[in-house]
Design a protein around this ligand. Sequence first.
Ligand SMILES: [Zn+2]
Length: 654
Amino acid sequence: MTHLSFAQECCVLDQTPAAIRPAPALPVVRLSSGLHPLDLSAVTLHPDGALGAWQELNASETIPHCIAQLETSGVLDNFRRLLGESEAPHRGFVFADSDLYKVIEAVAWEIGRSGTSAHDAWLDEMIALIARVQDPSGYLHTWIQGVHPERKFTELHWTHELYVLGHWLQAGIALARTAGCTDLLDLALSFVDLVDRRFGPGQEDGIPGHPEIETALVELYRHTGEQRHLALAQHLVDQRGRDILPGGGFGSRYFQDHLPVREALDPLGHAVRQLYLNAGVTDLFLETGEEALGAVMREQWERVHTRKMYLSGAFGSRHRDESFGNDHELPSDRAYAETCATIADLHWTWRMMLAGDDPRHGDVIEREIHNALAASVDETGTCFFYSNPLQRRPDRFDEENAPAQRQEWYSCACCPPNIARTIAQLGAYVAAVREDEHGATLELLQHAAMSVRLPPEVGSGTLEVETTYPDSGTLHLSLSHLRAAPGARLGVRIPGWVRSGTVGTADGAERALSPAELTAQRLELALEEADGTTITVDMPPRWTLSHPRVDATRGCLALERGPLVHCLEQVDLPDGVEVDDLRVPIGADPAVREDGMLEVTLHHRSDDGELYRSRDGPATSPKENPTVTVTMTPFACWGHRGDGAMRIWLPRER
Ligand SMILES: [Zn+2]
């Protein structure tokens, strides 16, 4: 959760309760990137567009499914049993409470998006339940309270008390912003006060084993204006790398506690932990302008996205410890690639985009939304992947959290409600406003069918964007009731994969996108001239190579079109042809069929020779070398037609 108000007024309100000692003064600056989020209600994604349709599915299916699963999985009984209202034992992991908070957050953003009142009674029930279970001290953690009260605040590396509070805060802030209901946030604030008194600046040592609360506390600061909330976030970041957490069998890298944050240039350890931490650190940078934080985040962002990101926009190469691998260690079949890691990177990359201009930020967010995230949920909106490998071998068996098929829920259910809350606020990532010395510009950051109520900085009126993206690369722009501010501009992001395109104006004139625009990955128009403009980016299918150090995919090609990574599925192959026996011939020329699917002719080369053979021995020639014309499926849709082998990276013929 991020999209709101980092650029709110920077004054600090003096609302510090007497019980809380004054926080040390932190520098609070307004960064010069100039890019600011739009008002919460400014963007409406059209339901006939890909992203808007996903939001509709999220609202009608995913969110109700998640609400039902809170009952089925025992999350709500974990609360009720503490009131004597359930006989059930505690179920789920120590952080199961966070499932409830994430679903509440999803509902909150959905209220903001659609104005739904369908969940009002449920929300009232949940807030009342939370209030009744919360200890008078402010503390709430059903596993501690109900199973191991003696561990309260004694094992922060593992009990996730602060992680759970972070999600509680995010849900409370979302509900306050979208529904004007502060009840849930007020309850969380008393827990924050408790944590601040116990682990705040100058108090007992303590940091969370799983970052999350850091970004939530900065968002809380943006909401309350209370500097002590920012100071607590900074304190939790500053203490990392001081050997506070017992590494146990995992080691300090797993927890990102091996080095002070300002010295930790390498993304290491548990991928979701690292990426949530980075979102929080970047939040701190956005608020304080501390260059040491900005520098380390820029370096980490570079290393994550040039050495440790999968083509699908996924992260985490190892099942062991759900961790990042070494540089360029990116196995397709053994990818852990947890959905939450992509969501965490989306949060982080969005903040990096606000902190500074780099067109790759928009490219990464696009890659994540249209591939790793889209693949993590099925077309019913009710089945989910936790792990998102880029290859499924024909004999692969289910492994923990990496089943062959999407599942309705998981014993560790972090991912499904995380998807629900992310999709409900997708509109926050597609547009922003930039203010610089030249004036104000409305920036279209992602291509999507949408309506944008113009922010006051550029004027008033509504911008409509019509497109079937990512099926086509054409955007039609129209403006209604426009009153443009002097010098107001419209910026349109041009994705990094675009090599050519055109701009057509209302009077029928058309020109090619210029080399400068392609290099800058941005088209800029005077706002008044945008009405009636048609922008088309050409999106022929393209073959993609990986860096030669990526051993797992050396000698392979992947097929992409527009933002969509494609894959080959066994279900599309004729009898007797296996996915793993197909190779891309030199000059293979994929075509776009009338239905928009990609088709390509590959070589079929089965090989029943020895597993290992002499390099100098007789060549094992394939028995035959026929060609097979195959349909390639967007990775987002893989597995929709049943179980079977799949791969993104295809060996190329030499
Ligand atoms: Zn997850």
